[in-house]
Write a protein that binds this ligand. Structure first.
Ligand code: ADP
Ligand code: MG
Length: 358
């Protein structure tokens, strides 16, 4: 063999391509859960129940009461790039759903055993289907792969079992099940605050008391109180901010943030842009700076920001996990929100001062 002789270039096998791609989207149980919650919300669910075993590595099950999936769609459901949400590139500029890539269920089926039980309002029974590597498979030896009729209620239950059974390196990179479970609870907590009208329940298999249980038709404030504690509930301020009247791009933000009386060890920051849970260290730092001189050293605030931008000024198509979202006028918007928070904090401060001096 001549080492200077280049090796031939070959096309990767489809299943290998898909398993590699799946690894970019599903890094840990909490990522899979986020995709599944978003699907349930896209399906119009008002109740979403999560059941977890072993930090989601053994079992992650999401039951919703959404619109369900038509039986005829089940054969292609878990194939890559199959979606009911967009049909043209231009649809991205008016996107009203979380999903659009048609990759989540496919990815999950490439790194776990996926089972879907679903019933639409018009179906007389539910249908149950199992998937591996994007395709329908027989649930057990001797059976065929076709969806089976099943007694079930309206909505969809997605069951993910043995996550990363075929990617041992990914599995070994995970933390222990309690750490993975904590991440799962964090995702559900954040989505339940942003979707206060939807009821969320999360429990471990075999546990009789749920770790999260929020009622439907709650308010944002009630949701924050019940999930992050009464002490934060009593110290919350609320503002609505929007673009300057003559701005080129319109936007609005709703912000709940703690006042000077709230001292946490670490900052809690929830950021939703066009209803999508995202992360932004730049925005986090800019809003933390508002508390300089307000909070004693070592104390940190809580803030929840829901920002709605003209869909034409956000590029959601930046990364498969869609976590880092970029948008036009990011700095100006952040400064305007920070200024408004500062003003409100100052006013709230004067008020407490007046009360105290009475
Ligand atoms: P995407 O959300 O990007 O369309 P997914 O792989 O997450 O891709 O889902 C593929 C399709 O399966 C969705 O477009 C939707 O039609 C259907 N689907 C997935 N989850 C649910 C659910 N919980 N309820 C109803 N339909 C669902
Ligand atoms: Mg999706």
């Amino acid at each position: 063999l001549d080492p200077s002789d280049p090796k031939p270039i070959r096309k990767l096998k489809e299943s290998l391509i898909n398993r590699i791609a799946a690894g970019e989207i599903i890094q840990r149980p909490a990522n899979a859960l986020k995709e599944l919650i978003e699907n349930s919300l896209d399906a119009g669910a008002t109740a979403i129940k999560t059941t977890v075993k072993d930090g989601g590595m053994k079992l992650l099950q999401i039951q919703d009461n959404g619109c369900g999936i038509k039986k005829a769609d089940l054969p292609i459901l878990a194939q890559r790039f199959t979606t009911s949400k967009i049909s043209a590139y231009s649809d991205l500029s008016s996107l009203r759903t979380y999903g659009f890539r048609g990759e989540a269920l496919a990815s999950i089926s490439h790194v776990a055993n996926l089972t879907v039980t679903t019933k639409t309002r018009n179906d007389s029974c539910a249908w149950k289907a199992s998937y591996v590597d994007g395709e329908l498979v027989a649930p057990k030896a001797g059976a065929n792969a076709d969806p089976k009729p099943f007694a079930g209620v309206d909505g969809t239950t997605i069951t993910v079992e043995n996550l990363f059974y075929n990617t041992p390196i990914r599995l070994s990179a995970l933390r222990g099940s309690s750490e993975e479970y904590a991440r799962i609870l964090d995702v559900i907590q954040k989505y339940s605050i942003h979707n206060a009208l939807v009821s969320f329940v999360c429990k471990k298999v075999g546990s009789s008391t749920p770790d999260i249980s929020t009622p439907a038709d709650s308010s944002t404030l009630q949701a924050i109180r019940s999930l992050y504690g009464q002490s934060i509930g009593k110290s919350l301020l609320h503002i609505d901010v929007e673009n300057e009247p003559n701005a080129e791009h319109s936007w609005k933000a709703e912000v709940y943030f703690s006042n000077a009386n709230y001292h946490a060890k670490r900052t809690t920051f929830l950021l939703f842009i066009n209803h999508r849970l995202v992360e932004s260290n730049r925005i986090k730092r800019a809003l933390e700076a508002v508390y300089t001189g307000v909070l004693p050293k070592g104390a940190s605030p809580f803030f929840y920001v829901s920002l709605e931008l003209d869909p034409r000024s956000v590029d959601v198509n930046v990364h498969p996990t869609k976590r880092e979202v970029h948008f036009i006028d990011e700095d100006d918007i952040t400064i305007r929100i920070a200024d408004n928070m500062q003003t409100k904090l100052a006013k709230a401060g004067e008020r407490t001062f007046e009360y105290q001096s009475l």
